[in-house]
Design a protein. Structure first.
Length: 86
């Protein structure tokens, strides 16, 4: 997973500078990535915490994932409350 994260980070850093690409898709779960590229259009998947937890359980993910999912949605609700819709 570290390799994928490093590659994503390198791509985001590169997109922050002038580039010839017309369209680039970055799939991420980090809230900060939405702010990383000026002018980026962020598309969110409409999946709630319960569905994420169900999918994690169905995929036999470690129990810690349930807590991590809840933490992610707490941050998400906090951002939404302060008007950060990205």
């Amino acid at each position: 997973m570290a390799f994928a994260n490093e590659a994503r980070d390198a791509l985001i850093r590169r997109l922050a500078r002038s580039h010839p690409a017309r369209h680039v898709w970055i799939v991420t779960t980090r809230h900060a990535d939405a702010d990383a590229v000026p002018g980026a259009r962020v598309m969110r998947l409409d999946v709630d915490a319960d569905e994420c937890k169900r999918r994690a359980s169905a995929a036999d993910r470690p129990a810690k994932w349930q807590e991590l999912i809840e933490e992610w949605f707490i941050v998400d609700r906090t951002r939404a409350a302060r008007g950060d819709s990205r």
